[in-house]
Ligand binder design. Structure first.
Ligand code: PLP
Length: 394
């Protein structure tokens, strides 16, 4: 007799969390670790949004809202999707949840039956396959290497779709690779998707963070697919609101209704004060953060490429660099042989005090994710430390 359900027994512990706890241990011991394993902006929530949250608390806006979020916020999100993304949605089609992570879980729970397949490219965000599996679905992973810019081609997508495919999941800009799908690539994927009756889940949480390229939604490129598209977004990355827990989906009306109903019986409404903060945040995106991230990206990627055994593509969005570190496999540090990206990350953390996440966590062994959501000076210092580390490799 098992004490725990098969559902949770099969969840793999998060590699991100493992690095995180090791990093925190070192920091607690007073070691000056540069934490490039994090997935959150290093700046603060815009002050007007923070005050809107505080005002809501003080003014007694501290009760439940509609389970799917306040009408005011859902209207404002619909308005945002119209003006910024060229997408037309009624407020009833917007469901607000406790972060985009929660939104995605709601979606899989609402559209997947046991054994339904979800096609997604690797490298992928670490929670997708776990969420799909917990909801009873089967992740079908399409390997998209550096040669393809870490992007899924129309041919690869066509090959992966079967009669069991219920949904295709795309994340652009991507965590962990920073890859951004361009308009013509989305159009080519749309050509394939048009031939198959599947949902298309678009995780666009990093949409604002693109560097010199245009971010477009497949939903806007292929308006004829509107009835099958679910656009996921949130406040965490663009507005540095990770702790407020606020995300949303724009969905076909029947799916939105199902998600709202599922949410009403699981978590209920998202935190009321967070919704007030989010409503204000929508008016306060600070475009200067894009320039800040771009500068750090340039420093980090050129620094990484100057190290022996490391090769890194130039990411076009998000705040991650995703280099190939297989060039150091077989090398030794202090007598310890590096045989995997996990080995590399572990040694780098211990001896160079730079925290990163091994590619295994993203379905991409041989790679490592470095977040550049850290101070400019820390990016420079991290490269210096890595250079010293690499010089000691034998
Ligand atoms: N999607 C991607 C690709 C992410 O990287 C993250 C956060 O790391 C999320 C969704 C979830 O963000 P949140 O739940 O904070 O809105």
């Amino acid at each position: 007799e098992q004490r725990l359900s098969a559902r949770v027994r099969n969840i793999r512990p998060s590699a991100t969390m493992a690095v995180d706890s090791k990093t925190k241990q070192l920091l607690a011991k007073g070691q000056p670790v540069i934490n490039m394993s994090v997935g959150e902006p290093d700046f603060d929530t815009p002050v007007p949004a923070a005050f809107a949250g505080v005002r809501a608390i003080v003014n007694g806006q501290t009760r439940y809202t509609e389970a799917a979020g306040t009408i005011a916020l859902r209207k404002a999100i619909a308005q945002k999707l119209a003006t910024e993304n060229g997408l037309s949605y009624a407020p009833e089609q917007i469901i607000v949840s406790n972060g985009a992570k929660h939104t995605l879980y709601n979606i899989f729970a609402s559209i997947l039956d046991e054994g339904d397949e979800v096609v997604l490219p690797a490298p992928y965000w670490t929670s997708y396959p776990e969420q799909i599996s917990v909801a009873g679905g089967k992740p079908v992973i399409v390997q998209c290497g550096a040669q393809a810019g870490f992007k899924m081609t129309a041919e690869a997508l066509e090959k992966a779709i079967t009669t069991r495919t219920k949904a295709v999941l795309l994340n652009s800009p991507s965590n962990p690779t920073g890859a951004v799908y361009h308009e013509e690539e989305l159009a080519a994927l749309g050509e394939v998707l048009r031939q198959h009756d599947v949902y298309i889940v678009l995780d666009e949480i990093y949409e604002r963070l693109v560097y010199g390229v245009k971010q477009v939604s497949l939903a806007a490129v292929c308006p004829d697919l509107h009835d099958r598209v679910l656009v996921v977004n949130g406040f965490s990355k663009a507005f540095a609101m990770t702790g407020w827990r606020l995300g949303y989906v724009a969905a076909p009306a029947d799916v939105a209704k199902a998600i709202a109903s599922f949410q009403s019986h699981s978590t209920g409404s998202p935190a009321t004060m967070s919704q007030y903060a989010g409503l204000e945040a929508l008016k306060h995106f600070d475009p200067s953060v894009v320039e800040v991230f771009r500068r750090r990206r340039d420093t980090l990627v050129s620094g990484l490429n100057s190290l022996d055994g490391i090769r890194c593509l130039m990411p076009e969005g998000a705040f991650y660099a995703f280099p190939d570190v297989t060039g150091v496999f077989g090398s030794k540090y202090d007598g310890q042989t590096i045989e995997s990206s996990s080995d590399y990350c572990e040694l780098l953390l211990e001896h160079a005090l730079v925290a990163s996440v091994p590619g295994e966590a993203f379905g991409a062994p041989g790679y490592v994710r470095f977040s550049y959501a850290v101070a400019d000076g820390d990016v420079v210092e991290a490269i210096d430390r890595m250079r010293a580390f690499h010089q000691k490799l034998t």
